[in-house]
Design a protein around this ligand. Structure first.
Ligand SMILES: O=P(O)(O)OC[C@H]1O[C@H](OP(=O)(O)OP(=O)(O)O)[C@H](O)[C@@H]1O
Ligand SMILES: NC(=O)CC[C@H](N)C(=O)O
Ligand SMILES: [Mg+2]
Length: 509
């Protein structure tokens, strides 16, 4: 998951894009980028780091123009190199820049085709650069000097036929307008909104509605799966369905962890979905453990707060904030590398001893993925003198890798892969472990929008809705992107950079 944003405005959009990226920062902390368009000139700034660190006043001043796009990155393909920060740019046709949230599952074979058949050069290992080149090739092959909305939609239609996997995209065609499109399964989210100004309406596209509301845009709606939207530089809006057989299968993990609770996604309030997760988990506890001896429910901040609160209400047990989060440390799950994630849990969360001492505590988290957080937290609760430490997860056991834009590429890194609940409970050192049932999680989300017939739940059930995902694909992914491999790639890259041996194609300071 990354965050994407695009704005066609009536005055300079640089500050609004910056502000929107800060609202979407929870979707990617590794790199950030903005490109604006003034007439036929582009102004781009991108680099590794958080939004507040990447953009300085001197950059902001130079990024003029009434339309632009932005991105916050959490890498799921290629490396964490600054050369893979987004947006990406190709000069032909027209000059196109693109930002992508998701992950292509056929990017290797596409990269080969792009080179051999389309005669295009790809400079990084990023699947997003591949996606941009496929789109650019398809638009170029229409051979129009002045592209019309119908041409742009035709190019998207052809992209859908070639590309597999998950992709929510915003792209800018220099001098012409901004385009957004969503893959035919609608796995990753993207919505758009409108803001009135004395000079006419402005439009914004974003990964989450919270970016729209934060900037005074009114949420119009989510893009449908397979749909494309085009806003001309003059502010005219066009939409078209570009997929042959679209089906809405949104990623359920957005509701569990990725999205902000104050977002509305595909008609579902993420906040209310999380409240319902808490209710259903409480019902399971009451069903399976009616004589429980829980004294207090304690959330693991931040994401589990909403479900833990409702769980405590339903159990009629006290809810207490037993862990305080250092607000200056980001989300640990989306940090690259296990060592960094482990160190950060202790730096990030500190316990209030009196909430634990002599009590039977139920710790609640939204999910358990690698087990980094719960391992540390349970030990901290014991160090504070808890009598019993029970643990509940508002999501079912994460047993399978993700291939659609969440960095969980290796089954062997998942604590629940191939293990029973009892084994996991023993490993994390809890006195009892309770997971949400998958049917209950799906119901908790679907109650917000009964029209969604299927969610993308592959991390829980191993059913992959898009692309051709088989054991061979997952084996290759594990070999190429496991933590150990990424660590050694990053070390090599840093060593080469230190010796000034690497020349990346990206903007200067
Ligand atoms: O089992 P793990 O591999 O540790 O992953 C799961 C944990 O990671 C996330 O927290 P994170 O700190 O990223 O963000 P948050 O502050 O939004 O909860 C998530 O909320 C869980 O607490
Ligand atoms: N998390 C994402 O959406 C990542 C987008 C893209 N696959 C990248 O690695 O840059
Ligand atoms: Mg957490």
């Amino acid at each position: 998951m990354c965050g994407i944003v695009g704005i066609v405005g009536r005055s300079n959009v640089n500050q609004s894009i910056y502000d929107a990226l800060t609202v979407l920062q929870h979707r990617g902390q590794d790199a950030a980028g903005i490109v604006t368009c003034d007439g036929d000139r582009l102004f781009m700034r991108k680099d590794n780091g958080m939004v507040r660190d990447v953009f300085r006043t001197r950059h902001m001043r130079r990024m003029i123009g009434h339309m632009g796009i932005g991105h916050v990155r959490y890498p799921t393909a290629g490396s964490a190199s600054s050369a893979e920060a987004q947006p990406f740019y190709v000069n032909s046709p027209y000059g196109i820049t693109l930002a992508h949230n998701g992950n292509l599952t056929n990017s290797e074979s596409l990269a080969e085709d792009i080179y051999r058949a389309d005669l295009r050069h790809i400079n990084t290992n990023s699947d997003s650069e591949v996606l941009l080149n496929v789109f650019a090739h398809e638009l170029q092959s229409l051979g129009k000097l002045l592209p019309q909305p119908q041409d742009i939609f035709e190019a998207v239609r052809r992209v859908h036929r070639r590309v597999e996997g998950a992709y929510a995209v915003v792209a800018m065609i220099t001098g012409y307008g901004i385009l957004a499109f969503r893959d035919p399964h609608g796995v990753r989210p993207v919505c758009f909104g409108r803001r009135e100004t004395p000079n006419g309406p402005e439009y914004m596209v974003a990964s989450e509605s919270v970016a729209l509301s934060g900037l005074g845009f009114h949420l119009e709606r989510d893009l449908a799966p397979g749909e494309a939207l085009y806003i001309s530089a003059e502010g005219e809006l066009f939409t078209q369905q570009c997929a042959d057989n679209p089906q809405l299968n949104p990623c359920i993990f957005e509701h569990v962890y990725l999205a902000r609770p104050d977002s509305i996604m595909d008609g579902i309030s993420v906040y209310k979905a999380r409240l319902r997760m808490g209710e259903k988990l409480a019902d399971k506890i009451l069903r399976e453990w009616p004589d429980h001896d829980i004294d207090v429910v304690i959330p693991i901040p931040d994401t589990s707060r909403t479900s833990a609160l409702e769980l405590a209400n339903r159990l009629d047990v006290k809810y207490r904030e037993g862990f305080i989060k250092n607000r200056y440390i980001g989300r640990t799950f989306i940090m690259p590398g296990q060592q960094q994630r482990k160190k950060s849990v202790r730096q990030k969360l500190n316990a209030i001893e009196l909430e634990f001492s002599g009590k039977n505590v139920l710790l609640v988290d939204d999910s358990i993925v690698r087990g980094t957080t719960c391992n540390e937290i349970i030990q901290m609760a014991r160090d504070c003198g808890a009598a019993k430490v029970y643990f509940a997860s508002a999501a079912p056991a994460v047993t399978h890798p993700n291939v659609y834009g969440i960095d969980m590429p290796a089954a062997s890194e998942l604590i629940a892969h191939g293990r029973s609940v009892e084994e996991i409970c023993r490993i994390i050192g809890a006195d009892r472990l309770i997971y949400q049932d998958l049917d209950d999680l799906v119901d908790a989300c679907r109650e917000g929008n009964a029209d969604i017939s299927r969610f993308e739940c592959s991390v829980f059930d191993g059913q992959y809705v898009a692309g051709h995902i088989d054991a061979a694909y997952l084996g290759d992914l594990e070999r190429s992107r496991s933590d150990a491999v990424q660590r050694s790639n990053d070390m090599e890259r840093l060593a080469a950079l230190a010796e000034n041996e690497v020349i990346d194609l990206h903007n200067a300071e």
